[in-house]
Design a binder for this molecule. Structure first.
Ligand SMILES: [Zn+2]
Ligand SMILES: [Zn+2]
Length: 298
């Protein structure tokens, strides 16, 4: 069976007209698995000609909004599209509470109550009741297509919530996904000899310097140079960098919004070249810089 990866959203948390928030579809044969469900994920699935009702399971790497905000859209959209089963969703501690606050008893109660007036919508209310499974390090999911292994990464302080990276094994191939993280041994292990590593590269080196001088957090992400070293050490066969913090944007509103946490004068598409060069200081294998709707066949 073929494995197809579709990069649905490749941006970081601030709004960016050119990139949706984090989401990746991994399609193995007829089944699709969703890694993160950031803003715009459902629309991008449809745009990529992937039927959202064929998604077997959703894996939320962590509970930052840019990785989960489309989840209610995904669930209600599946319900309206006549999905007959409860969506399976894996996530860190706090995922059950996140889901409990969304649907029949939560933020979208009025919408759901209104739509439930139609008999057709009453038949599959189960699709509104996600089957939440908490992630822990190790093997978390297995079916006849894929094994999914999770590992704790280094992003949000542990006392608030934990964050995960993932390793998917299917058809004798391996796809690893970092989630958001500083460089850490867990990702090194999850990515060991992977056919493809999809890894965050949220800020270019120059922005990291600016952010540390301005007192804004820099520890929780991986720099391009660090990513190159990690990809080389892990022995990955190909690399996709993603989760870009809008520093390549030329949009004047993005530049205005970014002013407090980014050296705006240096923003622009040329930084993409710098990021690639910095990754390449250590890593010599195939490298792609992600954009929304990029597809990769393994
Ligand atoms: Zn993020
Ligand atoms: Zn995050």
């Amino acid at each position: 069976m073929s494995i197809k990866i579709t990069m649905l959203g490749t941006g970081a948390a601030l709004l960016d007209p050119d990139r949706g928030h984090s989401s990746i579809a991994v399609t193995i044969g007829e089944k699709t698995y969703l890694l993160d469900c950031g803003t715009d994920a459902s629309r991008q699935l449809v745009k990529a000609n992937i039927d959202p009702t064929t998604v077997e399971a959703v894996f939320l790497s962590h509970l930052h909004f840019d990785h989960i905000a489309d989840f209610p859209v995904f669930v209600i959209g599946n319900w309206m599209a006549d999905r007959q089963t409860a969506p399976i969703v894996f996530g860190p501690q706090g995922t059950q509470e996140f889901v409990d606050h969304l649907f029949e008893e939560g933020a979208f109660a009025v919408d759901i109550k209104a739509r439930l007036q139609y008999p057709q919508r009453q038949n599959n209310a189960i699709a509104l009741r996600p089957d939440v499974r908490l992630m822990a390090p190790g093997l978390i999911y297995e079916d006849d297509s894929v094994r999914v292994i999770a590992g704790l990464v280094d992003h949000i302080p542990e006392e608030i919530s934990n964050c995960f990276g993932l390793r998917l094994e299917a058809e004798g191939r391996v796809v690893a996904f970092s989630g958001d993280t500083a460089p850490c041994d867990t990702v090194l292990e999850l990515a060991r000899d992977a056919d493809l590593l999809i890894h965050e590269a949220t800020f270019p080196e120059a922005a990291i310097e600016f952010r540390s001088k301005a007192g804004i957090g820099t520890y929780s992400h991986t720099s391009p140079r660090q990513l190159g070293v990690l990809a080389k050490e892990a022995g990955v066969k190909s690399l996709v960098a993603t989760h870009f913090g809008h520093w390549d944007s030329t949009n004047p509103i993005v530049r205005k919004l970014a002013a407090k946490h980014m050296p705006v004068a240096m923003m622009g598409p040329h930084l993409m070249d710098e990021v690639a060069t910095d990754i390449r200081e250590a890593y010599e294998g195939p490298l792609r810089l992600a954009y929304d709707q990029m597809t990769i066949h393994l």
